[in-house]
Write a protein that binds this ligand. Structure first.
Ligand SMILES: Cc1ncc(COP(=O)(O)O)c(C=O)c1O
Length: 427
């Protein structure tokens, strides 16, 4: 039996953390438990999770209804292969998703993570065009400043100058346009249209790469453009969906409905990994009518019953809690708490939309300042690149949001840190 401090030391030497070096690992804290908006550490301290554990824990951590659903499902049927079987949680989750997603999206593929759901969406688009007799349409048009995940295809659809440049050689090459300039979509298409199957974007809110918002009109233009040119439109709602930016879906800002939508993260409220790719009947029927007819993807843990049961409980909470009002209240507290950061010398911009608050700095403060602010305020922040941000649980009350913005204000007022090697502060 080892003590938690020995375990922490073992972790430091042997276990990779996201975007971290094993030779010079960044500090990690040892979590013991979580409840609501708070994480409890092994040393007894608590931290407000201002990041919702990478934007998942929308209903707060360890929500009793989701935990109960997981417990009951675990005792009945933990897993069964989805090839040749189905089960109640998968059917109920698909029914709930179809009810919540925009009209026309009613064919569901369950995936193990957000990145995989993006891979699935891209494969659907390519197989759709293949079935229509366009086998050369094997590329996608994506947006500069975007992020769609860390697997090969998802990396390749993310900003080409973003954090994955090292892997250029193993990434398929896609085409990119600028979300602030619709002409760039037209000109990329004019040159490469014969190869393009679909357009993929994070609607309105580009999260893990650029941490910025772009105008809804761009989405409406994309929708019209795709219709005119026989392209599919894919909305990656993994970060922005489930009320994060205000409405249920970020695409709702524009009243635009995609042909394929990916959801993940808050799908299970941050309790267990699960994502889904939801497509229209047109996509599904075209793929089915082509050759080989079968959609060619099928992960081992597809539609895991425990994850689906968590998803059902989470979606019930989205349907029964007034998150639109909760997010509006969070937005106004974020605005009130972050506005004065604009005047700080190291701050270049402050952006708030829904339950997203971003303070962009010219240079990130030093790691020691980040750690000090986290510990002093009891607020967990995970700044990256030039962004100090919060995406708190959607159940955060005003005093929680005020504590978060106080911590962000203090961090934003710290002196710029040493310029770090590229990659040090990635998400
Ligand atoms: C918009 C978007 N798409 C895809 C992903 C990848 O999801 P996952 O980390 O679950 O693979 C992320 C993760 O941050 C994301 O923000």
């Amino acid at each position: 039996m080892t003590t938690w401090k020995e375990q922490l030391e073992f972790d430091r030497r042997h276990i990779w953390h996201p975007y971290a070096s094993l030779a010079n690992p960044p500090p990690v804290r040892m979590a013991e438990s979580a409840n609501g908006v708070e994480l409890r550490l092994m040393d007894g301290r608590t931290l407000i999770d201002a990041v919702s554990s990478w934007w998942c824990a929308a209903h707060g951590h360890n929500h009793p209804e989701i935990v109960g659903a997981i417990r009951r499902q675990t005792e009945k049927l933990s897993h069964v292969m989805f090839g040749g079987f189905t089960h109640e949680p998968a059917v109920e989750l698909a029914q709930a998703l179809i009810k919540l997603t925009p009209p026309g999206l009613d064919r569901v593929f369950f995936a193990d993570s957000g990145s995989i759901s993006v891979e699935v969406a891209a494969k659907m688009a390519v197989q759709y065009q293949h079935s229509l007799g366009f086998p050369a349409k094997g590329k996608l048009l994506a947006l500069k400043g975007g992020y769609h995940g860390d697997t090969c295809c998802a990396m390749a659809l993310s900003d080409p100058d973003g954090m994955h440049t090292l892997f250029r050689q193993i990434m398929p090459r896609h085409y990119f346009a600028d979300p602030f300039d619709f002409e760039s979509v037209r000109s990329v298409y004019a040159e490469h249209g014969d190869e393009i199957a679909a357009i993929i974007c994070e609607p309105i809110f580009q999260a893990a790469n650029a941490m910025r918002f772009y105008p809804p009109e761009f989405l409406r233009q994309l929708r019209r453009f795709c219709d005119e040119h026989g392209l599919l439109l894919i909305f990656d709602e993994i970060a922005a969906g489930f009320y994060r930016t205000g409405p249920l879906w970020a695409g709702d800002h524009a009243g635009a409905v995609p042909d394929i939508m990916t959801v993940g993260k808050a799908l299970t409220g941050g309790h267990i990994t699960l994502a889904a790719t939801v497509a229209s009947a047109k996509v599904a029927e075209t793929i089915s009518a082509g050759h080989p007819g079968a959609f060619m993807h099928g992960p081992t843990y597809m539609a895991n019953p425990i994850a689906c049961a968590a998803g059902v409980a989470s979606l019930r909470l989205f349907q029964t809690s007034d998150y639109a009002a909760k997010v509006a209240a969070i937005e106004s507290r974020l605005n009130a708490g972050l506005v004065e950061c604009r005047h700080l010398p190291n701050v270049t911009d402050v952006r708030v939309m829904g339950a997203v608050g971003i303070v962009e700095v010219a240079t990130m403060p030093a790691r020691t300042d980040i750690e000090r602010v986290i510990d002093r305020h009891g607020v967990w922040l995970r700044p990256f690149c030039n962004f100090i941000y919060t995406m708190p649980p959607l159940v955060s009350d005003s005093s929680t949001v005020d504590r978060i913005t106080a911590a962000i204000r203090e961090l934003a007022s710290c002196a710029p840190g040493p310029q770090t090697a590229d990659g040090d502060f990635h998400e």
